[in-house]
Write a protein that binds this ligand. Structure first.
Ligand SMILES: CC(C)(COP(=O)(O)OP(=O)(O)OC[C@H]1O[C@@H](n2cnc3c(N)ncnc32)[C@H](O)[C@@H]1OP(=O)(O)O)[C@@H](O)C(=O)NCCC(=O)NCCS
Length: 149
């Protein structure tokens, strides 16, 4: 498995992973094009046997001192093999800011477990953040401590 920069050429593969991973929360086509083309966005893919098996994107906010992990997904057939954590770490390193933040559905236990294992802590709850009224958990991690993990 190799992690490299993603580009607009990965649109179809990304769309498939997003749909399989997020269902009703999958980003619309415009957002996928944006994440693959907008300046300053970090976009990384995990590739195995020439096939994209995972994707992560990050938005650095250097003036604020933090960045957001905006999406992360692994092909369901390739989960629990460390690809999610590897993508998260690669994106954190490229954010180039002291702190990483993200939002996750309060029911998304597998993702929350991964983030907690990686050192993320709950910062706040955004009530009814998602379309269906579910709460979002905002989690954060101090990236300066990364070398201790
Ligand atoms: C969250 C996601 C990216 C994790 O990807 P992954 O490649 O399976 O993650 P990893 O193999 O690196 O798992 C790292 C750790 O997270 C935890 N974890 C991951 N999936 C888990 C699950 N289904 N149940 C319990 N713990 C889980 C485990 O502690 C795991 O370590 P272990 O396998 O050694 O026990 C993947 O499940 C996914 O794409 N989900 C759908 C999209 C999504 O919810 N994204 C996050 C939105 S905020």
């Amino acid at each position: 498995m190799e992690i490299t920069k993603a580009s607009i050429l990965d649109l179809n593969a990304l769309r498939k992973i997003e749909l399989e991973s997020f269902g009703k929360d999958a980003w619309p086509l415009f957002d996928l094009i944006a994440v693959l083309t907008f300046n300053d966005v970090i976009r990384l893919k995990a590739v195995e046997d020439n096939q994209i098996v995972g994707f992560v994107a990050g938005d650095p906010h250097p003036r604020d001192g933090w960045g957001w992990i905006s999406t992360i997904a692994v092909d369901p057939r390739f989960r629990r093999r460390g690809i999610g954590l590897a993508l998260l770490h690669a994106c954190e390193r490229k954010l180039g800011v002291p702190q990483s933040r993200l939002t996750v559905r309060i029911s998304n236990q597998s993702a929350i477990t991964m983030y907690e294992k990686d050192g993320y802590q709950t910062r706040e709850i955004w009530k009814a953040y998602y379309n269906d009224g579910e709460d979002g958990i905002v989690m954060e991690k101090n990236l300066n401590q990364q070398e201790h993990h």
